[in-house]
Design a protein around this ligand. Structure first.
Ligand code: ACO
Length: 429
């Protein structure tokens, strides 16, 4: 089989090399296309364009496969902890016990945030969305750790910035939650593991004892693992693009959080619950809402349905659906929106419109029901997604730097006016 692709452009034929991935995925390397033909490729929304090669995550949307560093998401969700998966994504291998202990200890050492960060909250109006606050808080870490801006010492500062960001993220997320309630913040307790510490900072009330429920710890570990990386999606590509200008890690990740916020991406988990509540309030007629989502004159879409790359099923959604049933049982929560979600899924999956377009429930379809059962308000759902995605963003950003990739800078095809002579204001119609 030929390892090149032949392209004929305006009478000129050129041969371009193919790049073959581990799983035999094929790409045409077009790096020399413009210099030899003057042409570029156009792929709006990057539906067919690879921006990079990567060793971190493998995803086959047709077969519903997701693997991190070769390990199946099903195995990781079943057997691992979030912090172990974070190590795997960032360092490339599963840690042995000593490596895991060292990683964990280094993260625990940095959980506290500078007291001055509390002042930032004073400036925000009550009720401002947690995601806007999260972006600002992560970005502001670069002000508290100015050595992260030191380009000369990128290598020596790298691990410290990773530990700081991983460690402070749960503290910041919990602070945002406490501030939304007008409650005093709960400081981190470094004797607690990553997930337990976050739950304690979030749900412990300053005046009362709080018992950390192992069912919640398990559920949250699983949810965070399922969100830990997803190769070159909108937010990860943003982190890589911003990082490609050698922006510091905090600024790059803050940009990723901004990209995640949108309802077509991570913001969908909030919108799913709002949609399910709306359907419940409307009498629970799922057929009506499925029909609405098919109507091209109606802007309504079934939130939590469809995915750019999964065209069979989203393996994460399968795991979350099962976990949702189990956890709600264990937590003794009876949430009527779960029933509506199941009916909606059944209706849509049997509908020709959804079958034809290969639209399946995605990771966000059931995650919100679990988050809510744990006690998180809907505004915090995308914050939890960001907490889970953090190790993926870090791993991807550092891979991009390690591969010494150039600054990301797409081209365009200009479709505006050709040259026009300037017209004096007095001569304009
Ligand atoms: N409800 C109804 N119709 C849909 C839906 C939906 N949720 N999703 C896609 N479609 C239809 C589109 O209208 C389009 O129909 P057409 O071919 O008749 O024009 C077709 O399916 C293809 O959809 P696109 O929007 O072109 O697909 P794209 O890959 O660009 O978008 C996306 C994927 C953004 C996820 C889309 O499916 C969507 O908006 N889903 C709802 C939001 C959501 O759940 N986002 C979370 C994604 S997972 C994540 O980011 C973590």
């Amino acid at each position: 089989m030929s390892e090149t692709a032949k392209i004929s452009i305006q009478g000129k034929e050129i041969e371009l090399p193919l790049v073959i991935g581990t799983e035999k995925e094929v790409a045409i390397n077009i790096s020399d296309l413009r210099s030899s033909t003057g042409a570029i490729t156009l792929d709006i929304g990057y539906k067919n364009s690879g921006a990079t090669t990567s060793e971190i995550t493998y995803l086959d949307g047709e077969k519903g496969i997701l693997r991190h560093r070769g390990y199946a998401i099903e195995d990781l969700a079943e057997n691992s902890s979030f912090i172990e998966v974070a190590y795997l994504l960032i360092h490339g291998e599963l840690p042995n016990q000593t490596q895991l202990d060292e990683f964990d200890t280094n993260i625990r050492r940095h959980t506290l945030v500078n007291e001055d960060m509390k002042n930032i909250f004073e400036a925000w109006p009550t009720g401002s969305h947690p995601m806007g606050q999260l972006i600002a808080m992560i970005s502001s870490l670069s002000s508290f750790y100015p050595e992260s801006l030191d380009r000369e010492n990128y290598e020596s500062q790298k691990l410290l910035n990773i530990y700081r960001l991983l460690a402070k993220m749960p503290t910041i997320c919990a602070m945002i939650f406490k501030k939304s309630l007008g409650h005093p913040i709960i400081y981190p307790q470094n004797k607690l593991d990553y997930v337990s510490n976050f739950l304690n900072m979030t749900f412990k009330h300053v005046t009362e004892d709080y018992e950390i429920d192992p069912v919640m710890v398990d559920a949250l570990n699983k949810l965070l693992i399922l969100h830990a990386d997803h190769e070159q999606n909108c937010s990860t590509s943003t982190v890589r693009l911003v990082g490609s200008s050698h922006s510091n890690l905090y600024a790059s990740v803050a940009a990723g959080v901004a990209a995640l916020w949108g309802p077509l991406h991570g913001g969908a988990n909030q919108e799913v619950i709002e949609m399910l509540e709306l359907i419940k309030k409307d009498g629970g007629n799922v057929e009506k809402w499925v029909n609405k989502s098919k109507d091209k004159n109606d802007s309504f879409r079934l939130m939590g349905f469809g995915h750019r790359v999964y065209k069979n099923f989203d393996p994460r959604a399968k795991i979350i659906k099962k976990a949702c049933d189990e956890m709600l049982n264990k937590l003794g929560v009876n949430d009527p929106t779960l029933e509506i979600a199941k009916k909606l899924e059944e209706k849509a999956l049997g509908d020709e419109y959804f079958i034809e377009r290969k639209l399946f429930p995605n990771v966000d379809f059931y995650s919100g029901i679990l988050y809510r059962a744990m006690g998180f308000p809907v505004e915090m759902f995308t914050v939890l997604f960001a907490l889970g995605r953090l190790p993926g963003w870090i791993a991807q950003c550092h891979e991009m730097r390690e591969h010494k990739q150039p600054i990301g800078r797409p081209r365009q095809i200009y479709t505006g006016y050709p040259y026009r002579p300037f017209v004096k204001r007095s001569d304009r119609p």
